[in-house]
Design a protein around this ligand. Sequence first.
Ligand code: ADP
Ligand code: ADP
Length: 228
Amino acid sequence: MASVELRDLRKEYDRGTIVAVDDLNVEINDGEFVTVVGPSGCGKTTTLRMVAGLERPTSGSVVIGSRDVTDMHAKNRDIAMVFQNYALYPHKTVMENMEFGLRMSTDLSKEERREKVHWAAEMMGIEGLLDDKPDELSGGQKQRVALGRAIVRDPEVFLFDEPLSNLDAKLRTLMRTEVQRLQNELGVTSIYVTHDQEEAMTMGDRILILRDGIKQQVGAPKEVYDNP
Ligand code: ADP
Ligand code: ADP
């Protein structure tokens, strides 16, 4: 677990003609679940990708715990990200998909890796799917695998980029509960991007509302709701 601090974080594209994120300042506490909401194009994904190290800020910094990680490569940040399209390797089994991140980022033995995968699979209720390939799975199952692959690495920070948008309404509600259960059990600092205001309201300890790359509001659901 670790706090996440965005300091004057800025991202410009096309020689500054597009300001995707406009000098954003946000402090996220250790173990906090913050949802980021706002209309399409307001800078949610760009912000998340800068925290992950997948996009380099034009200026400003990202601090995780007490470390300034702004110039640190994504693979050296203790972060796991869950995407809308699951981002699973189609030719690998569920077991191999979940193990892969561990192989890259740790020096555990094969047995230790498998043990961790089994623990994560049990957390997500997918032990029965470990030998399957992703295209044999339903959308909900794929997202369980993606969540399992994220928790298996025991990261300090979880980043979610619209993880439930591809699921139907019923499954989305179920998976919200699953994400919240994970959050309660693991207590990991989480940043959760969604365009769904209701999802942001029900899931976030605090909600960050972005518009045109600028922080409109940040606060607990009730504070944000009472002062729209
Ligand atoms: P959101 O996730 O809220 O939909 P994004 O962070 O994807 O918003 O995009 C913010 C703005 O930056 C948008 O205007 C988008 O078109 C622009 N943008 C994002 N990525 C790029 C890029 N690689 N090149 C140019 N413009 C980009
Ligand atoms: P989202 O709305 O979910 O953030 P988008 O479809 O806007 O996703 O963007 C998908 C990808 O395209 C991202 O990697 C983003 O950086 C890139 N992108 C978005 N807008 C532009 C743009 N105007 N020019 C170039 N790349 C862009």
